[in-house]
Design a protein around this ligand. Structure first.
Ligand SMILES: Nc1ncnc2c1ncn2[C@@H]1O[C@H](COP(=O)(O)OP(=O)(O)OP(=O)(O)O)[C@@H](O)[C@H]1O
Ligand SMILES: [Mg+2]
Length: 370
């Protein structure tokens, strides 16, 4: 498990130390630095996957790749960078696992899209670089009639794509795999297979929905169909994703990422609540908590009270230990970003509510009643 991320001179942060839990919820105002935390982790993973953290002379941080496209050195160096001496500005990213700090320091190059490493960790057996990694960004793939069929990405690497674009092919290929943990099991599912479980959780999030994934013969494409059953009416036809709204397409990758989580997998989710109705958001958060109970580490950026409440309910109902949860509230201040850590008790109650921390509902209610 990644216990901490430290960054120096990287994008929104001059310097920050971010403690992480098995379930970390990043919250706070827009542009406070939440996605920057996910991007720092993704940048390390992307550089490692490209073989650029191997300690050789060409080692570096690969700024533009499959996971993140950050631009050049000038885009990622913190505006008011702290000069750490040596040969000019440096960017340092460090992750702590099992009490050991692995650190990478890169030299700034204004127009470079690979920042060459000056100092780097030698131990690379980090969960961040292990199998089962997923990173789903806020702007996921809009509903589509067909989806790509990449054997390399979806089947061999088991990656859903940053926009969830490989989810349908992954699901088609792995549909009969059994879930690795009973924590993730939906009681109404027909079996423990990935497809039946995905179907049951999707129905819990959006009542009446049924999934159908199939290849299109003679092409490199996969098709997904949704049947929406309405109580009291005869069985409905299968509809194209483009004809059933945004919510289902947006949440499917999140559901599949959680259900296929294995012990040690690291899953980064940016605004998983996007396009979901409030009850669906709460259900989705309880599923995410179940993925953590199954042994994965989740780092989730969210603006949703319902996601927070789903997490609190998972703790209250004993599905997840409160000590596994880290709530990080990012506050922008004149001299940088301040990170506050409210704590969830075993009853689901939260230790402190700093101003701006999921308090808008109450603020509006006060005005309505006042
Ligand atoms: N090179 C840089 N130097 C200083 N600040 C930067 C740099 N690059 C980006 N930023 C700042 O980072 C912030 C954006 O951070 P980030 O995308 O992590 O925000 P966020 O908390 O995820 O926001 P949202 O809730 O809208 O998703 C902005 O305030 C932007 O000015
Ligand atoms: Mg963000």
């Amino acid at each position: 498990m990644i216990e901490r991320l430290d960054v120096v001179n990287f994008k929104a942060f001059a310097s920050a130390s971010v403690p992480l839990g098995r379930f970390t919820l990043l919250s706070g105002l827009n542009s406070a630095g939440k996605s920057t935390v996910l991007q720092a982790l993704a940048l390390l993973r992307q550089s490692h996957a490209a073989g650029l953290l191997d300690g050789g002379s060409g080692s570096g941080l690969l700024l533009n790749g499959e996971l993140v496209e950050l631009g050049t050195g000038r885009d990622v160096l913190h505006e008011n960078h702290v000069d750490t001496g040596g040969e000019g500005p440096q960017i340092t990213l460090s992750v702590t696992e099992k009490g050991t700090v692995s650190s990478w320091t890169a030299l700034y190059g204004q127009e470079s899209d690979i920042l060459h490493l000056q100092k780097q960790a030698t131990d690379e057996s980090l969960s961040l670089f292990g199998p089962g990694f997923q990173y789903l960004k806020a702007d996921r793939l809009a509903p589509s009639v067909t989806y790509p069929r990449s054997h390399e990405i979806a089947v061999r690497r088991g990656f859903l794509g940053c926009r969830g674009e490989h989810t349908v092919n992954f699901l088609r290929h792995r549909q009969d795999d059994r879930l690795t943990s009973s924590c993730l099991q939906h009681p109404d599912a027909l079996s423990m297979s990935l497809l039946d479980q995905t179907d049951a959780w999707m129905r819990e999030i959006c009542p009446g929905v049924n999934l159908q994934a199939a290849t299109i013969e003679g092409t490199d494409l996969v098709r997904l169909g949704y049947r929406i059953d309405v109580a009291g009416l005869p069985t409905a036809l299968s509809h194209r994703p483009t004809n059933v709204g945004f919510g289902l397409s947006y949440v499917l990758p999140i559901v599949v990422a959680c259900l296929s989580a294995t012990p040690g997998s690291v899953i980064l989710l940016e605004n998983p609540e996007a396009h979901l109705h409030p009850r669906g958001q709460t259900v989705m958060a309880t599923l995410a908590a179940a993925a953590v109970a199954a042994g994965a580490q989740l780092i989730v950026e969210s603006h949703s009270d319902h996601v927070l409440n789903g997490l609190r309910l998972a703790v209250k109902h004993g599905k997840l230990d409160g000590s596994a949860v880290r709530l990080l509230y990012f506050q922008r201040e004149h001299d940088g970003v301040n990170i506050i850590n409210p704590v969830i008790g075993s009853d689901g109650m939260i230790s402190e509510w700093p101003p701006g921390f999921f308090d808008e509902w109450e603020n509006s209610l006060d005005q309505l009643l006042g």
